[in-house]
Write a protein that binds this ligand. Structure first.
Ligand SMILES: C[S@@+](CC[C@H](N)C(=O)[O-])C[C@H]1O[C@@H](n2cnc3c(N)ncnc32)[C@H](O)[C@@H]1O
Length: 362
């Protein structure tokens, strides 16, 4: 890349990424102010049930400094940019939507905060399990994950989801998702992308598949998710691309033939699954992969990956209903993968996430 092209890439990257960081970090700041105001109001009302009770003998690890956090965010974005500069993937288009769309999603996001706050303080996370939903999905799935209204089930939840995730990660969720792309590039290199197959399990609203298609526009891809609303959203989000299938199905029983996929990905979904379902999902990934195929998982850091982050990880499920996160923190993915014929290739931290890579022996 010439010096001029490099400069143009850096300017273009900054011009797209910095405003989104500011947008979502601004949301995060507003959420903190609103939460502080709600706490003051509750303290003044003397509603004991709603007051935060300090944990006695709290022996959790300390939370790392903002300075360290922002430094690691900057490092993640520098890696993202370096991947673009070395041609691993094109300058990313986040496709966040037009300004009216962003504002509509932002309103939905803020409108849900009082209900989230109520569920969090009352410990309620079962509002989506009722007579209309019972039996339509596994019970573990029918919860108010993140305390959000509608759990994974509603249109509004699908519309709100990406704002929530980006606010949580201060605008870096997409950059963390893109850290899976070099791992795919490594096995796709020199091959005809039209003849390869990739499936993304728990594809949600389709953000990761969009980046896959930006890198390999002719690659046939399949997104699988148990939420009809999220799949509908993913289809809309991915409609600019051809060779995309988006299916409503369970991670633990994929509607795909044995040895049919060159790559399987799973982004920010593993920590949402009960331990038993995690194992079933990995067994399914191994079943549908061709020999020589690759499983790439991007999800939260686990305990002791980067010890300075342990305090942050341990506090995360307190504020977001994450019923399986505690068990995720100590899950042994290398052993589960090995038991299913998948060899551990590498894993690497990426800000608050990590990328885990497993290959099915050729
Ligand atoms: C935290 S979201 C992650 C979505 C997306 N991969 C991303 O990058 O943001 C978890 C997703 O997994 C889906 N999911 C949870 N359990 C599932 C299961 N057993 N089978 C299929 N999808 C599942 C949910 O519907 C939701 O869309």
């Amino acid at each position: 890349m010439s010096a001029l092209a490099r400069l143009a890439t850096r300017v273009a990257y900054g011009a797209t990424q910095l405003p989104r960081l500011a947008w979502y970090a601004g949301h995060g700041y507003a959420v903190q102010r609103l939460a502080a105001r709600a706490r003051r109001r509750e303290a003044a009302d003397e509603t004991p049930a709603r007051q935060e009770t300090p944990r006695s003998g709290d022996n959790r690890a300390p939370v790392l400094s903002n300075q360290r956090l922002y430094g690691d965010m900057a490092e993640l974005l520098a890696r993202d940019l370096a991947h673009v500069e070395t041609g691993l993937y094109p300058l990313p288009a986040d496709h966040d939507g037009s300004l009216p769309t962003l504002i509509r999603r932002s309103r939905l996001f803020f409108a849900d905060l009082p209900d989230i706050h109520r569920r969090r303080t009352e410990g309620r996370h079962d509002e989506v399990l009722d007579e209309t939903t019972r039996g339509t999905r596994p019970d573990y799935y029918l919860q108010n994950f993140h305390f959000q209204s509608g759990g994974w089930l509603t249109e509004d939840s699908a519309q709100r989801y990406d704002t929530q995730v980006e606010v949580l990660f201060k605008g870096t969720a997409n950059a963390m998702r893109r850290m899976a792309l070099p791992e795919l590039a490594e096995i796709f290199k020199g091959r005809d992308q039209r003849k390869l197959r990739l499936t993304d399990i728990g594809c949600g609203t389709g953000r990761f598949l969009d980046f896959v298609k930006q890198a390999w526009p002719r690659l046939p891809v399949t997104g699988i998710d148990l939420s009809e609303a999220y799949i509908k959203h993913a289809r809309r989000h991915l409609r600019r691309w051809s060779r995309v299938a988006a299916l409503v199905a369970k991670a633990e029983s994929l509607p795909l033939p044995d040895a049919s996929q060159d790559a399987v990905t799973c982004i920010f979904t593993m920590h949402e699954l009960p331990p038993k379902v995690r194992r079933e999902m990995i067994a399914e990934a191994a079943r549908v992969l061709k020999s020589g195929g690759r499983l790439v998982i991007v999800d939260s850091l686990q305990r002791r990956d980067v010890p300075d982050y342990d305090g942050l990880l341990e506090r995360f499920p307190q504020n977001y209903h994450e019923p399986y996160y505690e068990s995720y923190l100590d899950e042994d993915f290398v052993q589960i993968a090995k038991a299913n014929g998948l060899a551990h290739v590498r894993e690497e931290p990426a800000f608050v996430s990590k990328v885990m890579v497993f290959d099915k022996s050729a």
